[in-house]
Design a protein around this ligand. Structure first.
Ligand SMILES: [Zn+2]
Length: 585
């Protein structure tokens, strides 16, 4: 076969089926390799993956912006279910050629480590198992995606209950909480039956690959080279010892400010500080324009990158009919550009989401300096360090006239963010400890034992809330944590990254300019260095130590107390407020 010339842009693949892409892989698989040709071969393979993944990303973006268009949906599904999975298979084959060639270069060390691991744990018989698991995930999405509840005579999807969970009227909050839990209680046996099957499939895949259980398989599968299951258990202990008591104190202050005898689960979302819902912006143009000023102020090079996103139309932020829910930052690998998608409606949450996604976007800009696609994307532990740090680094610039808030509103938004940081660590530890138990205890196949273990873990980590008589509701929480079903063991990464982000924030209190410079240095490493190296460059340490975590929690708590002292002392009974969640969804 002759050497194929790659198309000049991803648009050539916009309508591609796998049959259009396969010949390029055939050619790369057949091309003779030696010292003199291997680098050109690597570049061609990388460019091919850039072109196809960018075409897929564009199809996904186009679809999520307009989910009502059948053709856009078909394009997206063709990439996600046909083109990309088959490309992944062929990539493992090319990786094998590369590894077998004995080629190495310092800037490819981490890539080769990943390829070797991928090859080692790859089993033909697991391809069908993972395809089956994909179908199970789709079933989970269908079951949970179709949930609606009746509220005041109107059928509503669950997210629309958020404002009622924040109502100043306690009876309305309680009714919203119970109404939101009910669909998961009712579907408990359906969902646990689905999970039983997923558990068996995952354990079988792990054993096929030579591992005792799925936890032991997932560490290499997720390229967790720099920390161990024992480190994760140390993290759980550290959260129990250092974070849980701090959260208990935060909740005690909430209880007092709300003037309640005891905090019930439906008292956690109501805003005890603000008398009104903050409306930090009215239009997407305003959201973007203010963000531009914030980033310019934080760091001119980051400001220029954000300006590029505005100029090149790489933002679609406002909620519109037909858009998919949620938010994301997607990389256009060929162009070397990020794209941010959101559903902003004018709330504080939207500002935080934009800061978070912008952190991912800055990572894309910085990492694109590396020539090969595999050198750019580190694991989620580093990716979320970029995004979570940005939430903290940008915070001092959110005050008017640069930012979104009056001085007092900025304080209460900051306070809420700091409290969320602590509360989310609790949830992260519970979710990770739960999944560890499921796949290692030998009892993970027992639906009742799973629910009982979840209750035990929630009691271990979550204090300060009275759940008496609400076991079913408390159990329902894990059934709606989609990661446990769809992205197993994806959760501790948020905790690791949050601990890193807090260290970067601590550095910024002494020297903000230098903290941001180090942050950018770390982002520019892309995926070519180890996780501890990336953290070190950012000015942080990859750590699971209770003392290190306690120091950071103490710092957050001192800041919470400082800010709280600046706010009105008397309990506020606000009419309503902006929805914020305490946990990464
Ligand atoms: Zn993120």
């Amino acid at each position: 076969m002759t050497v194929s010339v790659l198309p000049p842009s991803p648009s050539a693949f916009a309508k591609a089926t796998w049959d259009d892409v396969a010949p390029y892989f055939d050619e790369l698989a057949a091309r003779p390799l030696d010292r003199s040709t291997i680098e050109a071969w690597l570049r061609a393979w990388s460019t091919l993956e850039e072109l196809v993944t960018e075409a897929a990303a564009r199809a996904m973006i186009t679809y999520t912006i307009d989910t009502s268009d059948a053709e856009k949906e078909a394009d997206h599904l063709r990439f996600s279910t046909e083109v990309l999975p088959r490309m992944e298979e062929r990539s493992v084959e090319l990786a094998r050629r590369l590894v077998d060639s004995g080629y190495s270069a310092p800037a490819l060390k981490t890539t080769l480590d990943r390829f070797r691991t991928q090859i080692e744990i790859f089993r033909d018989e697991n391809v069908a198992i993972f395809a089956q698991l994909e179908e199970h995930c789709a079933r989970y999405q269908r079951i949970t995606g179709s949930i609606t509840v009746e509220w005041d005579g109107v059928e509503r999807p669950l997210p629309q209950l958020q404002p009622f969970l924040k109502s100043p009227d306690r009876a309305i909050r309680e009714r919203a909480f119970r109404t939101a839990s009910r669909p998961y209680i009712d579907r408990r046996s359906e969902l646990s039956g689905l999970f039983d099957e997923m558990y068996q499939l995952r354990m079988r895949a792990a054993r096929n690959a030579g591992f005792a259980n799925f936890r032991d398989y997932i560490f290499p599968a997720k390229f967790r080279f720099d920390y161990t299951p024992a480190d994760c258990e140390r993290f759980h202990e550290a959260v129990e010892l250092a974070v849980a008591p701090a959260v208990e104190r935060v909740l005690e202050a909430r209880r007092e400010r709300l003037g309640l005898d005891v905090l019930r689960p439906w008292d956690l979302a109501v805003d005890p500080y603000r008398g009104k819902a903050l409306r930090p912006f009215a239009t997407a143009t305003e959201l973007v324009g203010t963000a531009q000023r914030v980033f310019d102020r934080l760091d001119p090079p980051l400001g220029r990158e954000f300006q590029t996103m505005i100029d090149e139309g790489l933002l679609d932020l406002e909620s519109r009919k037909g858009k998919a829910p949620g938010g994301y930052c997607e990389t256009l690998h060929f162009q070397g550009r990020p794209f941010i998608f959101m559903n902003a409606v004018g709330l504080v949450d939207d500002v935080m989401t934009l800061l978070h996604e912008a952190g991912h976007a800055f990572h894309t800009f910085a990492a694109h300096e590396h020539p090969l696609i595999w050198q750019r994307h580190p694991g989620s532990e580093a990716a979320e360090l970029a995004s979570m740090s940005m939430e903290l680094l940008a915070a001092p610039h959110l005050v008017q006239p640069t930012g979104y808030f009056s001085k007092e509103d900025a304080q209460s938004a900051w306070l809420e963010h700091l409290e969320d940081v602590l509360l989310s660590l609790i949830h992260i530890a519970a979710v990770d400890a739960f999944q560890t138990w499921i796949y290692t205890s030998g009892q993970g196949a027992d639906a009742d034992a799973r629910d009982a273990e979840w209750l035990r873990l929630r009691a271990r980590f979550e204090r300060g809330v009275d759940w008496t008589g609400l076991d079913q509701e408390r159990v329902a929480r894990w059934y709606r944590q989609l990661h446990i079903f769809m992205y197993p063991f994806y959760y501790i990464e948020y905790g690791i990254a949050q601990i890193g982000a807090l260290q970067i924030w601590r550095n910024s209190l002494d020297d903000p300019t230098r903290a941001v410079a180090r942050y950018r240095d770390a982002l520019s490493l892309g995926a070519v260095r180890s996780l501890p190296d990336i953290y070190r460059t950012a000015g942080a340490r990859l750590t699971f130590e209770v003392n290190a975590i306690r120091e950071l929690v103490d710092l957050v708590e001192r800041e919470i107390n400082r800010v709280r002292a600046t706010l009105p002392a008397s309990p506020i009974r606000p009419p309503s407020s902006a929805p914020r969640t305490a946990e990464p969804s």
